[in-house]
Write a protein that binds this ligand. Structure first.
Ligand SMILES: [Mg+2]
Length: 267
């Protein structure tokens, strides 16, 4: 986590026009699908903590631009098996990674709170965008596979832009694509440092989606929710957002017949 100073929590005056969201472990349960991929690879997921930490280390190198995504995947898989004393070639690692990746992709699922939240925000007149640190084709496939193609006004993917969160340039590019000033935009993500604090440092409203609820208070400068079901209340009650449509169907309630389904949106 960063130790850099952050702006005060008091929002600047003005209406919230847009909400940006991270994808992995924010909208999509990436940890669950990755765990299933590991189980397909080795027959169980007992080594999940080792896989997760190995992935964290190698993914950092990808985000920093030190290796490409395919190389990262091969090196990560080699390092994982090496941790258990098995040395494998690049070709063998690539083959095992292909198998694991296919199993993981078949298990891609949105969190249950994702679609109701997206539909509420869209019905309330907010623009929506994603800001994600990953390769372009990989993330676009993920978005399409989970029925979110067409759900967003813009998609800011680090693999396309050449800059990654928490670099303020990717947050500012999102604002520009939405024709909104940073203080008119909220960004929500599961990473306190990369998402919430990065967004706050760029002048947006940073919201930390702390699904595990492991800490009770967010640091100065960011808001915290433990579920996307809490986001509408945060936007209306704590941030300067007034829905165009009265909040007549909170997430979890039956949707009215006129509600546009995100999966049916085309833009
Ligand atoms: Mg994430």
């Amino acid at each position: 986590m960063t130790s850099a100073p952050h702006p005060p929590t008091t929002p600047e005056p003005g209406r919230i026009k847009a909400v940006c969201l991270d994808i992995d472990d924010t909208l999509l349960d990436n940890a669950a699908s990755s765990r299933l991929g590991l189980r397909a690879l080795i027959g169980n997921d007992a080594a999940w903590p080792v896989w997760r930490h190995t992935t964290e280390d190698h993914y950092e190198r990808y985000v920093a631009g030190e290796v490409d995504f395919a190389t990262m995947c091969v090196e990560r898989t080699r390092a994982f098996f090496a941790a258990f004393g098995e040395q494998i070639s690049d070709a063998e690692a690539a083959a095992r990674e292909d198998y694991r990746m296919a199993a993981m992709q078949a298990a891609w699922r949105l969190f249950d709170d994702a679609l109701p939240c997206l539909e509420w925000m869209r019905a309330s007149g907010l623009q929506l965008a994603v800001i994600t640190n990953a390769p372009s084709a990989y993330q676009r496939k993920k978005i399409s596979h989970t029925g979110l193609a067409g759900a967003f006004d813009s998609m800011l993917i680090s693999g396309e832009l050449g800059v990654a969160k928490p670099d303020p340039r990717i947050f500012h590019a999102a604002c520009e694509s939405l024709d909104a000033a940073p203080h008119e935009v909220v960004h929500v993500g599961d990473r306190l440092d990369t998402d919430a604090l990065g967004a706050a440092d760029a002048g947006l409203h940073g919201v930390w989606l702390n699904r595990s609820g492991t800490e009770h208070a967010p640091p100065d400068g960011v808001s915290m929710i433990t579920s996307l079901a809490e986001l509408p209340e945060l936007l209306v009650c704590d941030l300067p957002f007034a829905p165009e449509i009265p909040a007549q169907h909170a997430p979890g309630d039956p949707a009215p017949r006129e509600t546009t389904r995100i999966g049916a949106l085309t833009r």
